[in-house]
Design a protein around this ligand. Structure first.
Ligand code: NDP
Length: 424
């Protein structure tokens, strides 16, 4: 019996909220809040007749910590589930600290305005010191570790699929299958087709920023020292035959869980992340980037300030509307190389999710589904005390077993392959 404040009511949050409502014994009360309360209320009205969960709604602009604090003080939740955008992470964490409430999210912090000189100073220093230039990294949220520890509060970062389940797979492999893991390849394949020439599967701004950034991976030199290797965007391409999906081109990207896994998997030598893209998606993205449509810098147009990527977002299909038209499957998982009982071993742990099955069950496509279910399961781990560790932690720092059990129960079972084809 617990009370959760859920900030955000978009594609991912909708799945998480619907799943919370199927588990009223844990989520006995939820409050759905975003800037547009009418969207939260619309979803609440759809769900109320069929759930024992008591649902209320609120309006909140979570860009400001004081707004979130005011709502927390009024609602008194046991956990704040941040399923809004990465821009709000720090403000919501500040509010949780002020009010003494546990926190979770699905993506690590990045600023809305990457031209902010204060942020830029820290970013430029980090690029030089760490060697990767993606706009997001864990340093901002890891800086809260001591404060959350002292307050006796748990902050669970990145409880989606990747980040999220990908790290639980790593923790599971380490606990049950390996003595040491030396290499991890995280493969994210979306074999879905929505019929549009160009659309993104989740928030376009966040998605396009992520995939247009230079790629990078973790590697180790001959003296055993780990370091980042950065490459131009989309410059490492591989073809892979995915179970239940088929052959796809995939590209090496920077991804946030590489940063935490490099710290938390002892003896790890290499971690890479690959995502599949079709040629049409890449051609559109390159063209949009070349003409400046991915820029976050406001421009004056007919006397008005316009942020190009926000204008583009308004033109593109709403990711939440892709559900009815998306067919095909996703296949996301991790390939491990390491040793067990002194012998070399390889192992592949992955989930396959069908877009139309997700749509039939919850009215959402598989990308929102595969993120929303782990968000709800991660929240459940914190609320039931199974993942209660004061401080700021990523998923691989917790016991994977109860989480993986919950994933299977709530729609994301896993598959194993003990002789996988490796990525060269
Ligand atoms: P959407 O754009 O569909 O939804 C975002 C939601 O956030 C909206 O309901 C919006 O409501 C709310 N929101 C935005 N700004 C504010 C604000 N200032 N205050 C309060 N609420 C706000 O995004 P998605 O559902 O696609 O993505 C949600 C999160 O999931 C993102 O952080 C994304 O990066 C992450 N994600 C993680 C993945 C993973 O595997 N870990 C995969 C995919 C996504 P309103 O406009 O009413 O405020």
């Amino acid at each position: 019996m617990a009370r959760a404040l859920i900030i955000g009511c978009g594609a991912v949050a909708t799945v998480a909220i619907k799943k919370c409502c199927t588990c009223s014994e844990v989520f006995s009360e939820i409050c759905i809040a975003s800037r547009h309360r009418e969207n939260c209320e619309k979803l609440a009205q759809e769900l109320r007749p069929n759930t024992k969960t008591v649902i209320t709604t609120a309006a909140v602009d979570a860009d400001k910590a004081e707004n979130v604090s005011a709502l927390i003080k009024q609602y008194k939740p046991d956990l704040v589930m941040n399923i809004a955008l990465p821009y709000q992470d720090l403000a919501i964490m500040d509010a949780c600290l002020e009010c003494g409430v546990n926190y979770m999210d699905t993506a690590n912090y990045e600023p809305e305005n990457i031209d902010d000189p204060e942020w830029r100073k820290v970013y430029d220093k980090r690029c030089k010191e760490k060697g990767f230039s993606a706009y997001f990294d864990y340093s901002w949220q890891w800086a809260y570790k001591e404060k959350f520890e002292k307050a006796g509060l748990t902050a669970l970062l990145g409880s989606g699929f990747d980040p999220g389940v990908s790290q639980a797979y790593c923790a599971y492999a380490l606990k049950h299958q390996f003595d040491t893991i030396e290499e991890i390849d995280i493969l994210d394949c979306n074999g879905g087709d929505h019929g549009y020439k160009f659309a993104t599967n989740f928030n376009p701004e966040i998605n396009l920023r992520e995939v247009s950034a230079p790629g990078s991976y973790w590697d180790t030199d001959e003296n055993g020292k780990g370091h980042w290797v950065e490459i131009p965007a989309m410059s490492i391409k591989r073809e892979y035959e995915f179970a239940q999906v088929g052959k796809k081109d995939m590209y090496l990207l920077h991804h946030e869980e590489i940063e935490s896994l490099a710290q938390n998997i002892p003896g790890i030598k290499r971690i890479r992340f690959f995502m599949t893209f079709g040629q049409s998606y890449l051609d559109h993205m390159r063209c949009l980037e070349d003409v400046g449509m991915l820029s976050t810098q406001p421009i004056k147009f007919q006397g008005q300030d316009i942020v190009p990527i926000q204008f583009l977002k308004a033109l593109l299909p709403d990711p939440a509307s892709l559900g009815p038209r998306t067919v095909g499957k996703t296949n996301i998982g991790c390939i491990f190389k390491g040793t067990k009982d002194g012998k070399p071993k390889t192992y592949y742990l992955y989930n396959v999710c069908d877009h139309q099955e997700c749509y039939k069950e919850l009215g959402s496509q598989a990308i929102a589904y595969t993120t929303g279910v782990p968000a709800m399961c991660g929240a459940m781990m914190v609320l039931t005390g199974k993942w209660n560790k004061p401080g700021v932690h990523t998923v691989e720092e917790f016991d994977p077993d109860p989480f993986m059990e919950a994933l299977t129960k709530y729609g994301l079972p896993w598959n194993e392959d003990f002789n996988p084809v490796l990525v060269d």
